[in-house]
Design a protein around this ligand. Sequence first.
Ligand code: MN
Length: 208
Amino acid sequence: MKHILSPLAYSFDALEPHIDAKTMEIHHDRHHQAYVDNLNKALESSGAEESLELEDLIKNISKYSQAVRNNAGGHYNHSLFWDILSDSPKASPEGNLLHEINKTFGSLDQLKADIKNLALGQFGSGWAWLLVKHNGTLAISSTPNQDNPLMDINIATQGYPILGVDVWEHAYYLNYQNKRADYFDAFWKVLNWEAVERNYELALAKAK
Ligand code: MN
């Protein structure tokens, strides 16, 4: 099974001025495409007979090479990232997810502040996450490179990511240069909480 890159559900300029069109085009068509191409190559050269769906591959990533780990992570993480962004985003969560956020973090604003702190503290390239742990509770974490909380590797907090923020420089450098905090503030303006709510319900069903 070859992995393929899905087109974006919106145009490259849909998230302007928060995320600029050039960044979106390069990020999706070059960076994400390269993760997909290199994943296919790495799987082929590893001689892996079974070909797993992306999520199952991620869950069993410890059995694979570093090249598969980096590129499967890149493919999975970016697919999630594009899916939670929108030019007509739902501005805040409701229902079950909001209830759990308030219970776990105190408030939505506190959750945002906590994730931002993690993202700013992630040295070098990586991701910041809101995730559903395998016991069904919410948590936040950050991971280096293209790792993520679903990988069966030695990372602090494991579970299903439902919101991920790309803090590699390629995600923001054209428009924000070294100002990761400004990019992060802009991210919230195009984050579609409806998608995060959907991911939350799916993750809860899998966690149980
Ligand atoms: Mn990226």
